[in-house]
Design a binder for this molecule. Structure first.
Ligand code: TXE
Length: 479
């Protein structure tokens, strides 16, 4: 059993106010494998105080951008050398296959390097106007950022939020998801090792309705950077009204992968499989709706069913394609949507059941065909290994189906027709459109949602706008 007894606040390891612990369940065995302290409102208050102090009075904001970047680069190296270890924990926490989580973890340092390089490139502009006035802008950090992360990709989300917020000179209170808090503490240990000034990064896991609520309503927190459910984002908006916090939301999706008859069929097909079922369907960017042109429909469906049935589901520590759902609530949600799909009259062509194992939140890869775009399984985010296949006949029909959902995180188009590809990219209401590729997310490219998929952008230089504010300075040159 892995035991972590203290919270990380103000550069020190401190007891939680309540003394209560969160029991972390391994979704593959349904057994408790780790215990971490449960932070409550009082702990959040202490963490915010430390972050505020570090921002207002500490060296972080005044440090040269070079020194700030140096600490971030050191963090990058430590993440790189600890990638295997962190990847193993991510697998235990989330149920993702360990060979994948280790691979993912080896890429995290890139975010820290990229944003370390950004620290000295955050700059304003001079604005020519009247001869006797000098007008210029500077971009300044916002202050204290509350980072609230989801359970589906803890390492990735923590990495993104911390590296972006810190590069801009903010300080952070990180509240990881209550079901996957372990790696947040491993990150805190690396933060301590690097020697970031006390209070710059604070880690307090806890439940949404207590720790999360306190962080989002705290008067001394300037911004919330949140990844999670759209319904939770609405609660956060309400909680944040007191001091009108800036909000950055990366929420769910129901992304389409649209396959035209002139596509490279094999590439499109492989993408539909891997980006339909990867991570047991628990990634916001996945292409959970596959829109297939009627000319390809039968051929596609036959192969898709066959491949879905070949996907190896099992213990994430072994060589499997997908593991269990990350928690019990998610398992129940997915099973419920499978029932809904059947009731709605969609044709179940693969899966729809659970593998016969004694323990673990496993669900077999499930394919619904002939799905009416209005059905709930085609409209709502399931976040499980459930793909809906929808036929279409014209380009316009594909656009209408793709856009007619409340989400707008991403979309993929498979076609060799260049003009069509560009037309589709223009018409699709999504934060990212991939042409002949899918789910290519990198630190350099802005990422975020249209509509109910979010507010603001992460990654790339756009993210710096989210974590800074503009000050205009006007000087009268006559005085
Ligand atoms: O998310 P929550 P849940 C979607 C996915 C999933 C559904 C529900 O469809 O099935 O959301 O997942 C914190 N104030 N996504 O319920 O609750 C919580 O402690 C402040 C998509 O687990 O949003 C955790 O740290 N914080 C998504 C974080 O919010 C609160 C990834 C996320 O949990 C809070 C995850 C509150 N009132 C789920 N309530 C994506 N974008 O990929 C909860 N939290």
């Amino acid at each position: 059993m892995k035991e972590i007894n203290k919270l990380f606040i103000g550069g020190e390891w401190v007891e939680s106010a309540s003394g209560r612990m969160i029991e972390v369940v391994d979704p593959a065995t349904e057994e408790v494998w780790a215990r971490v302290p449960e932070g409550n409102g009082e702990d959040i208050d202490r963490a915010v105080k430390a972050a505020r102090q570090a921002f207002d009075k500490g060296p972080w904001r005044r440090m040269s951008t070079y020194e700030r970047a140096e600490l971030m680069r050191e963090m990058a190296s430590l993440l790189k050398s600890n990638a295997e270890f962190l990847g193993e924990i991510e697998s235990r926490e989330t149920g993702k296959p360990v060979h994948r989580t280790k691979q993912d973890a080896t890429g995290l340092h890139q975010w820290w390097h990229y944003y370390a390089g950004m620290a000295d490139k955050i700059q304003g502009e001079t604005i020519p106007f009247e001869d006797d006035k000098h007008i210029f802008t500077v971009r300044e950090p916002l202050g204290v950022v509350g980072a609230i992360t989801a359970w589906n990709a803890p390492l990735q989300l923590i990495t993104m939020k911390l590296s972006m917020a810190l590069a801009a000179g903010n300080t952070v209170v990180l509240k990881p998801a209550e079901t996957t808090p372990v790696n947040a503490f491993e990150i805190a240990k690396l933060v301590e090792k690097v020697g970031f000034p006390p209070g710059v990064i604070n880690v307090v896991p806890g439940y949404g309705e207590s720790a999360g609520q306190r962080l989002t309503s705290h008067p001394d927190v300037d911004k919330i950077s949140f990844t999670g459910d759209s319904a939770t984002a609405r609660k956060i908006m309400r909680a944040a009204t007191g001091n009108l916090k800036k909000l950055n939301f990366e929420l769910g999706g129901k992304s389409p992968q649209i396959i035209f008859p002139d596509a490279n069929f094999d590439s499109a097909f492989e993408s539909a499989v891997s980006h339909g079922f990867d991570y047991t369907g628990q990634a916001c960017t996945l292409g959970s709706r596959v829109l297939v042109h009627e000319d390809l429909y039968d051929k596609f469906l036959e192969r898709f069913k066959e491949r879905a049935e070949q996907i190896k589901v099992g213990n994430p520590l072994e060589k499997v394609d997908i593991g269990p759902q990350a928690n019990k609530q998610q398992l129940e949600k997915t099973l419920n949507y499978i029932k809904i799909g059947q009731k709605e009259g969609a044709r179940l062509v693969a899966g729809g059941n659970r593998p016969s194992v004694d323990k673990g939140y496993y669900v077999n890869p499930t394919v619904f065909a002939d799905v009416n775009p209005e059905m709930r399984i085609a409209q709502e985010e399931i976040f499980g290994p459930v793909v809906t296949v929808i036929p279409f006949s014209t380009e316009q029909e594909a656009i209408d189906i793709a856009n007619n959902v409340s989400y707008g995180l991403s979309a993929g188009v498979w076609t060799k027709n260049l003009a069509r590809g560009h037309r589709m990219a223009k018409e699709l209401r999504a934060g990212t459109v991939w042409l002949n590729t899918f789910r290519y997310v990198r630190w350099v490219a802005p990422y975020g949602g249209y509509k109910a998929s979010g507010w603001g952008r992460e990654n790339g230089t756009e993210a710096m706008k989210e974590f800074t504010q503009v000050k205009t300075v006007m000087v009268d040159l006559n005085e």
